[in-house]
Write a protein of this length. Structure first.
Length: 294
């Protein structure tokens, strides 16, 4: 049985840990509110932008001339893996890494064996995980969450788009956590490049409306395609950011509860140990008194 001093030290240690987890939960909750507002505002914009591109390109072959729409034989693959910079957020990062590895093993196992699968890490945890697994990792944008902004993500998207247009990669996919609620994140794997055309609903009749394009149809499509790709990546990063804070808030809440349970158990152990020590001292006194009396 542990001594009273050891139990007291453990109680102090657990109590300090509980205070830290409570503070981290409160910080995560405050950050979650801002991140949640950002992604809720972004979703309709991203959806409408994609719809605009589909509407403008419908019935026209102009979108097929884009360098971002060229379908090639898949030899070189780039996976954009969005994780967090810090831990203490449950299985948030582990789930993303597992999903990316599953995607590689199922769809790009041959390319992986030839060393033609590269990882663009957004978040330190993903970079560290894939570096340990022997993948070539691009860490240029690993600290995106340090100062998250559209300009930072846009720079990453432009680098990826330029590499694809030059033929350095044949397919680009994004793996990230989609925010559903505080306790739930959904793993998503989306193809970014080449652009996936929206499926045509055969039950919907084509519109006979003649659009008047200003400045021109070519310029509008040339502007919409890059912007849609940048928004797609920015939306994925915002989803991951909100998911991270939700996962950390949940993890810290659970840690605080576990610390409380452990404190109750330790206090019971402390009281039992203290009672046993007092009982032992009483018995020693009684035994000494009886010895003196005899």
């Amino acid at each position: 049985m542990a001594s009273l001093k050891e139990v007291r030290n453990r109680i102090t240690s657990v109590n300090s840990t509980q205070q830290i987890t409570k503070a981290m939960k409160m910080v995560a909750a405050a950050k979650l509110r801002r991140a949640q507002d950002n992604i809720i505002q972004m979703r309709p914009y991203a959806r409408k932008l994609s719809e605009m591109l589909s509407t403008v390109a419908a019935g026209a072959e102009l979108a097929g001339d884009s360098p971002y729409n060229q379908v090639r034989s898949v030899e070189r693959v780039l996976l954009i893996v969005v994780t967090s910079d810090r831990g203490l957020c449950g299985a948030f990062n582990t789930n993303v890494v597992k999903a990316a590895m599953t995607r590689i093993n199922e769809a790009y196992s041959d390319q992986a064996r030839r060393g033609q699968v590269e990882i663009l890490a957004i978040g330190k945890k993903g970079a560290e995980a894939f570096a340990r697994r022997g993948f070539k990792v691009n860490t240029t944008f690993v600290e995106t969450f340090t100062k998250l902004s559209f300009n930072t993500v846009r720079a990453a998207a432009e680098e990826v788009m330029t590499a694809f247009a030059k033929g350095q990669f044949d397919v680009v996919e994004i793996v990230y956590n989609e925010f559903k609620n505080v306790a739930t994140q959904i793993i998503r794997a989306e193809q970014m490049l080449p652009i996936v055309s929206a499926p045509v609903d055969p039950t919907v009749k084509a519109s006979n409306v003649n659009y008047i394009f200003e400045p021109s149809e070519e310029e509008i499509i040339a502007e919409l395609i890059p912007k849609t790709l940048k928004i797609q990546l920015y939306k994925a990063v915002l989803e991951s950011n909100a998911s991270e804070h939700g996962a950390r808030m949940t993890a810290m809440d659970k840690a605080t509860e576990n610390a409380g349970d452990l404190l109750r158990e330790l206090k019971l152990v402390y009281n039992r140990t203290r009672q046993a020590a007092i009982t032992k001292e009483i018995l020693e006194i009684v035994g000494g008194a009886e010895a003196l009396a005899n």
